[in-house]
Design a protein around this ligand. Structure first.
Ligand code: ATP
Length: 137
């Protein structure tokens, strides 16, 4: 697939890292095809992360993801999902490789700066959660 979905999470947005993160994304060869600044309600965060509802961190995750503004974006590039997961680095910033977005900007396992879809199927589902075809270029 040639598209993925990302969010700049509330920690990174609040800290003023959105510009630097978008710069890293563009320099890695991704094109932004849709984007918006928005804030999730706890209910919508719960719906977005529904697959994690049995996990012990689900409540904390939904609370955090609705705690402030985020930037949602659809990104285009060959091999988008896999290449974007490489660019963001491991979920836990302590394990994230040098040069990754999470190595530079993530604060903790929970507050880890960015989201990246984990499959082509989820990239489509997640993109459609935030955008309609009229929002995409
Ligand atoms: P994302 O889906 O945000 O790209 P991921 O695929 O790297 O992250 P998942 O295992 O799908 O990681 O977890 C989703 C999100 O839940 C993580 O990005 C992180 O913010 C949060 N999370 C995961 N594990 C924990 C944990 N043990 N404690 C708190 N939050 C966690």
């Amino acid at each position: 697939g040639n598209r993925t979905f990302t969010m700049i999470k509330p920690d990174a947005f609040e800290a003023g890292h959105s510009g630097d993160i978008i710069k890293m994304i563009e320099e890695a060869g991704f094109r932004i095809v849709a984007g918006k600044v928005t804030q999730l309600s706890a209910e919508l965060a719960g719906k977005f992360y529904e697959v994690h509802q049995e996990r012990p961190f689900y409540g904390e995750l939904c609370e955090f993801m609705s705690s402030g503004p985020i930037i949602a974006m659809i990104l285009e590039k060959d091999n988008a999902v896999e290449d974007f997961r490489t660019l963001i680095g491991a979920t836990n910033p302590a394990e994230a490789a040098e040069g990754t977005i999470r190595k530079r900007f993530a604060k903790s396992l929970g507050e880890n700066a960015v989201h990246g879809s984990d499959s082509d199927e989820n990239a489509t589902i997640e993109g459609n959660f935030f955008f309609t075809q009229f929002d995409e270029v």
